[in-house]
Design a protein around this ligand. Structure first.
Ligand SMILES: NC(=O)c1ccc[n+]([C@@H]2O[C@H](COP(=O)([O-])OP(=O)(O)OC[C@H]3O[C@@H](n4cnc5c(N)ncnc54)[C@H](O)[C@@H]3O)[C@@H](O)[C@H]2O)c1
Length: 701
């Protein structure tokens, strides 16, 4: 089977691209397109050409299977140029997605039609790249500088109607697409239209303010800070304004090659592949079948329960929430309705969809209401006795085969499962707050969790559009277990005299969305406080959290009380002056002296413990792969994606350097929190990286 079929429908040649699953622009497709155009040009019957794709989508971009291999001719820019140079009008017929190279092909065509559900975009920045097949030069010619810049720098695709309004699509058509595209082509022929080459269109700059690019950068600051590719994209669009087409193309190529060679692109590609790898569970039999999930029960309608319910409802599942009394049930209902209405107010759903979603949701105070649920997710208080009581009750009401999940952050799931008569049906589904927004879902496989229960959880994660990462049971699983070392060091830095807003700023500048104290204020300082109250205090660790505890005791629990480490009001949050006073007192009590600390040390002190604990988690088999740990941190904690995740970041620093720094801080601060993980030492001794470790494990099956 050819990757591109040629068919002549009377006077219009149709080139059918056929490269399942997403018609990626593999070598065979590129070659087929050039041959197809040449055949059409030589075919006296063909007066014009339509380029269309079979299957579920138009060409959706480069072929990732060819990533990292030496490129083979014809290269994509040559293919685009060959299409554009065709002497007969060429029309792209777009359905599904035209992304990256797919859209660059479409822009090489002389006209474009699309079905209403199609989406078009240049998402290369998400891989640390810019469009490399002349897309940065053609898009501004079609949609103007402002819209082109927005699309290229954000990487966000636009729907067909918006693309039509921008001038990227000439006509939005109904199905059957190719018939409509051929009909449209005939109207062009009838009107005597010649090829309209995008390269020949002017770039309109009439309404562009002089400070346009500066203003754009300022507006995008949060999104693009620290990143290399967005700046390159801006430079490429500038080239489209300032240079003739052929020169602009050369400039694009230079900028593209710089992106390719930049470590950020390698990190972003790692993140992309890590996310694809995450659902592969080596010891899960290939023939295991997930259980059917249609009805979900949620126990507890607080912060997490309401978010979890919302995520399920939005995925089309029917949800029953159980709360402990009428007031709490009403509050849970109101919270979920609030989230659903938010989507309506934002124009993401219409009124009919809003009421359909509300109809999928009910609340009750009676556990019997959960008797038909296929999956029940518990999100009550973080307390072992309360959780056990809930699971005993679930065991009596849930139907046989129902999956019982807990959203616990830290507790031992084996212990929770043990109070039921069906521990094989129990596992952890650890969502992140806000649960209807955050993409991460830790799937915690308990000692007795059945294979099909795990498979169901993986399918469920996908269904509710989460990235499911499998972990084993331990205190805090993957993410929170690592987090504790990070927060602890931030607490010690505070006592060593570093102002908390300086620590937050250093972490923000490293690329996190916020620093540890801002995060504490957002989550609520009382959460950690209550957890510490339930545990035996650890005398070596306790000082790191004394300031947190004193804030809570003074009623400053974070954003929800208007103050915590910061004071919140109308204007930007300001550091709470109470903090400095508590720091002085607590540092004196703990005998911790003030030190000069560099920003570099702030980063090292907070990030090295992540890596060290990550290595332990890996060696203990809590996480399957180092790259899974990266995914947890990218999606659960906002670790800067362009650094690839903590384990990839460690590799990029060099594990010998990481080990050296951990030993350095061990000598400076004592061994208690700075003892190198045995796996880290072993990898350094073997001259290996975490990626080598993953590869070796994969090869071993
Ligand atoms: N808040 C977070 O950031 C976060 C993140 C991940 C996981 N978690 C975990 O999720 C769970 C819930 O946390 P939360 O922040 O939503 O707490 P929350 O206090 O906001 O909500 C808990 C809800 O459970 C209800 N509840 C208590 N006992 C019940 C019972 N026996 N039957 C029915 N309902 C009952 C309460 O009325 C309350 O509405 C905890 O285990 C927590 O560790 C929290």
């Amino acid at each position: 089977m050819a990757a591109v079929d040629y068919e002549c429908q009377d006077d219009v040649a149709v080139l059918w691209v056929d490269n399942p699953p997403v018609n990626a622009l593999s070598h065979a497709v590129r070659e087929g397109l050039v041959k197809g155009i040449e055949q059409a040009e030589a075919d006296p019957a063909a007066k014009a050409v339509v380029i269309a794709a079979r299957g579920r989508t138009f060409m959706a971009g480069a072929d990732i299977r060819e990533f990292g291999q030496p490129p083979k001719e014809p290269f994509l820019p040559d293919v685009v140029e060959r299409i554009e140079a065709c002497s007969k009008p060429v029309v792209a017929a777009i359905h599904g997605t035209a992304l990256g190279g797919g859209l660059e092909i479409a822009m090489g065509c002389h006209y474009r039609v699309a079905v209403a559900s199609a989406r078009l975009g240049l998402p290369e920045v998400t891989l640390g790249l810019i469009p490399g097949a002349e897309g940065t030069q053609r898009l501004p010619r079609l949609v103007g500088v402002e819209a082109a810049l927005e699309m290229i720098v954000t990487g966000q695709p636009v729907p067909a109607d918006k693309a039509a309004a921008l001038g990227l699509v000439d006509r939005v058509v109904e199905d059957p697409l190719v018939d409509q595209a051929v009909a449209f082509t005939r109207t062009l022929l009838a009107a005597g239209k010649a090829p309209r080459r995008t390269r020949d269109l002017p770039v309109k700059t009439d309404h562009l303010p002089a400070d346009f690019f500066d203003r754009f950068r300022a507006r995008m600051h949060k999104r693009i800070r620290g990143q290399f590719a967005p700046e390159q994209a801006i430079a490429a669009v500038k080239a489209a304004i300032e240079l003739p087409f052929a020169e602009g193309v050369k400039r694009e190529r230079e900028l593209f090659m710089q992106c390719m060679a930049h470590p950020q692109s390698a990190a972003l590609r790692h993140a992309f592949f890590a996310e694809r790898e995450v659902a592969k569970i080596p010891d899960l039999p290939a023939d295991v079948r997930p259980r059917e999930i249609a009805r979900v029960g949620v126990v507890g309608g607080g912060t997490m329960g309401s978010g979890i319910a919302t995520a399920c409802i939005k995925a089309g599942l029917s949800v029953t929430m159980v709360e402990r009394d009428e007031d709490a049930a009403a509050a849970g209902l109101a919270r979920v309705h609030g989230f659903l209405e938010h989507d309506f107010k934002k124009g993401r759903i219409d009124e009919a969809e809003l009421s359909a979603r509300k109809e999928c949701f009910q609340v009750s105070t009676d556990y019997a209401a959960l008797s038909q649920a296929d999956l029940i997710i518990e999100a009550v208080f973080e307390n072992m006795d309360v959780k056990k009581d809930v699971f005993r009750r679930l065991d009596t009401v849930a139907k046989p085969g129902a999956i019982l999940a807990t959203n616990t952050s830290y507790l031992n799931i084996d212990e929770i499962a043990s109070v039921t008569g069906r521990p094989a049906d129990v596992l952890g589904l650890h969502f992140f707050s806000p649960a209807h927004i955050m993409r991460l879902l830790e799937i915690v496989r308990a000692a007795k969790t059945a294979d099909d229960v795990l498979a169901t959880a993986l399918a469920f994660a996908k269904r509710i559009k989460k990235v499911g990462v499998v972990a084993r049971v331990c205190h805090g699983f993957i993410g929170n277990r690592m987090l504790s070392g990070y927060i602890r060091q931030a607490g010690f830095l505070l006592l060593e005299g570093v102002p908390h807003d300086r620590i937050d700023k250093a972490i923000y500048d490293f690329g996190f969305p916020m620093g540890p104290f801002q995060m504490g204020d957002l989550a609520g300082l009382d959460i950690g406080y209550l957890l510490r109250q339930q545990r035996q205090p650890d005398p070596e660790e306790a000082p790191a959290f004394r300031v947190h505890d004193r804030l809570v005791e003074a009623g400053a629990k974070g954003q929800k009380t208007g103050k915590g480490f910061y004071i919140y009001g109308e204007s930007a949050p300001k550091p709470n002056p109470m903090v400095a006073e508590f720091v002085r007192e607590e540092a004196a009590k703990a005998g911790i002296a003030r030190r000069e600390v560099s920003d570099e040390e702030i980063i090292a002190r907070c990030v090295l413990p992540l890596i060290n604990e990550g290595a332990r988690i890996l060696e203990e088999g809590i996480a399957i792969r180092a790259s899974d740990i990266d995914v947890v941190w990218l999606y659960g904690y906002g670790f800067p994606r362009w650094r690839g995740g903590p384990m990839y970041y460690a590799d990029s620093l060099g594990l010998d350097h990481v080990l050296d720094r951990i030993r350095h801080y061990g000598a400076l601060l004592g061994p208690r929190f700075w003892t190198p993980a045995p796996l880290l030492e072993k990898l350094v001794a073997a001259g290996e990286s975490f990626r080598d470790y993953d590869r070796r494990k994969k090869a071993a099956g």
